[in-house]
Write a protein that binds this ligand. Structure first.
Ligand SMILES: CC(C)(COP(=O)(O)OP(=O)(O)OC[C@H]1O[C@@H](n2cnc3c(N)ncnc32)[C@H](O)[C@@H]1OP(=O)(O)O)[C@@H](O)C(=O)NCCC(=O)NCCS
Length: 180
């Protein structure tokens, strides 16, 4: 099994796009022409030239959402030097059923964390509805933090679930307040 970074110029793109379609993941990242609708980062799991798993990331700034109280504008999160803080958000994540429980999902997550770190982002985030027990078990075993939440889907439909967050930058090894 090989974890690969892919894009529309990659030799396996047509295979990758077909895999996204038959796993019902294409709707989140591809247009009808099988081209990305935004500049996402695409990871695939391949076995014998066949794509059997995917994980797509969106890179974005972290902002506090607009409210009337915030003056109707999003407020970007800045670090101590005033630099906007960034994250990746998982758009798709799926391993084909016959290939599950062999470490492919974990390998895709680890590759996504590595790519997020390489991009200089603070964290990797995702949202998952409560009918995904395998994903919940994986995220717990990998040390993700969990924030229960409700997703407002199209048509006013609400879905119960969890935001998962993994901080990927270097840990601060010493307390800023020794003796505190
Ligand atoms: C979630 C998913 C991607 C996991 O892929 P996978 O390749 O089977 O995962 P792995 O083999 O790497 O498993 C990693 C860990 O996840 C947990 N896990 C995965 N499947 C599990 C199951 N059926 N029961 C309990 N724990 C499970 C375990 O902790 C496992 O570690 P272990 O095998 O050492 O015990 C896969 O089940 C899937 O595609 N599900 C449908 C789509 C989905 O839920 N996507 C994510 C949310 S939108």
């Amino acid at each position: 099994m090989e974890i690969l970074r892919t894009d529309p110029d990659h030799a396996l793109w047509a295979e990758y796009a077909a895999h996204l379609r038959h796993t019902n993941q294409a709707r989140w990242v591809l247009g009808d022409d099988d081209q990305p609708t935004e500049p996402f980062w695409f990871l695939g799991a391949a076995e014998d030239g066949q794509v059997v798993g995917n994980l797509a990331l969106k890179e974005q700034g972290i902002s506090m959402p607009a409210t009337e109280w915030s003056g109707g504008v999003d407020k970007p999160l800045l670090d101590a030097e005033g630099v906007p803080v960034r994250e990746t958000f998982v758009m798709t994540f799926f391993v084909e059923a016959p290939h599950r429980r062999r470490g492919i999902g974990r390998a895709l997550q680890e590759a996504a964390v590595a790519w997020t770190r390489e991009r200089g982002c603070l964290q990797m985030r995702s949202w998952s509805s409560l009918d995904r027990p395998e994903n919940y078990a994986m995220k717990l075993s990998m040390g993700f933090a969990m924030h229960p939440s409700v997703h407002d889907a199209a048509g006013g439909f609400q879905v119960s679930g969890v935001y998962f967050v993994k901080r990927v930058d270097r840990e601060v090894s010493e307390s800023r307040h020794p003796g505190a």
